[in-house]
Design a protein around this ligand. Structure first.
Ligand SMILES: Nc1ncnc2c1ncn2[C@@H]1O[C@H](COP(=O)(O)OP(=O)(O)O)[C@@H](O)[C@H]1O
Ligand SMILES: [Mg+2]
Length: 318
């Protein structure tokens, strides 16, 4: 798959300390990609380097295959970004603000383009009103409109839903999904909130202390048409887990199992789970309980971001 953004061993040092440590990411075209990490993880620093607001100490970033360190201006016009809360002229209308920003661009931006982005962000009805009458959510969308004016291929949003209410967040999420699917845009969104990233993104990179902890595909986003239902962990509690495991090894040699006390952990989809339970029952195993043992992304995020998680991060970054 074609890459929209590639980070290659990106490192940022400020003073004596390493803020970003050899961060590598491959982000596909048309993908909504989340940068997830607790405060201070290095999300804003990473984004500032991608959009060229901060120099890279070592490594490189490619936008649409073009190196930002070698061809800054060629990459700049492919990018749209909201890095900090955008400032607007409060006593001008939303439309006049956008016209003003459009004039500041190198290339000519037509009235039709302005109307189009206003429609995309859902501000058509209030675009003639003064920005001071806008809600926070509307200002956020005006910021998004501004970043879309020059028709970027890549959109980068740093904690874009900060300060939005739940309804605003929901609306925003829908716009983002629409941009990605209708315009095949590559979108990076940073957040310290897993719940948000999970609902908006196709994949997520968890970062902590400037390091990549892991990248995950979000499989069960509610708006996905047929989200995958892969094998997941199932926990079976039974009287004799040891013999049960032996039986399963014999009859279903490809099944992955693990045992701890009365608990037998298996890696199985629905059909396999049914088969396993039937087999155990046929052999008169007393089954006490069967439950879903899948670790959610949230479990993993919490594990990573608590103290135990730091030990994990250190052990895995060597
Ligand atoms: N200009 C700077 N000088 C020194 N340290 C910085 C600077 N900018 C950020 N940092 C440090 O880098 C780390 C990552 O910060 P940041 O990228 O803002 O994290 P996030 O956006 O994930 O909350 C933090 O520990 C922060 O204190
Ligand atoms: Mg930040």
């Amino acid at each position: 798959m074609a890459l929209g953004i590639q980070l290659k061993d990106v490192t940022k040092k400020i003073g004596g300390s390493t803020i970003i440590d050899q961060l590598s990411l491959d982000i596909h075209k048309g993908e909504v990609f989340g940068l997830l990490g607790p405060n201070g993880a290095g999300k804003t620093t990473t984004i500032r380097m991608i959009v060229g607001l901060m120099a890279i100490t070592s490594g490189d970033i490619l936008i649409d295959g073009i190196s930002i360190s070698k061809e800054r201006s060629a990459t700049a016009h492919k990018l749209g970004a909201i890095v900090e809360n955008p400032d607007f002229y409060l006593y001008m209308s939303g439309l006049d603000n956008l016209r003003y920003f459009a004039k500041l661009q190198d290339k000519k931006i037509s009235r039709k383009t302005i109307d189009d982005v206003v429609r995309v962000v859902g501000l058509t009805e209030s675009i003639q009103k003064k920005v001071k009458t806008y809600s926070l959510g509307m200002k956020q969308r005006l910021g998004l409109a501004q970043s879309l004016l020059h028709r970027p291929k890549v959109l980068i949003l740093d904690e874009p839903t900060n300060g939005l209410d739940p309804a605003g967040i929901r609306e925003f999420r829908e716009y983002i999904r629409r941009l990605a699917s209708e315009q095949n845009m590559t979108i990076i969104i940073s957040s310290h909130l897993l719940s948000e990233i999970e609902l908006m993104c196709d994949r997520v990179a968890i970062i902590q202390n400037g390091r990549l902890i892991r990248t995950e595909t979000i499989k069960e986003r509610p708006d996905k048409e047929n989200f995958e239902k892969p094998a997941s962990q199932v926990v079976i509690e039974l009287a004799d887990s040891k013999n049960a495991e032996q039986l399963l090894h014999q009859k279903l040699p490809s099944l992955e199992t693990r045992r701890s006390g009365e608990q037998l952990y298996i890696q199985a989809d629905k059909e396999m789970t049914a088969k396993v339970i039937q087999l155990l029952a046929t052999e008169s195993h007393a089954i006490y309980r069967v439950r879903d043992g899948q670790q959610t992304l949230e479990d993993r995020f919490l594990e990573i971001t608590n103290e135990k998680g730091e030990a994990y991060a250190d052990a895995h970054s060597q």
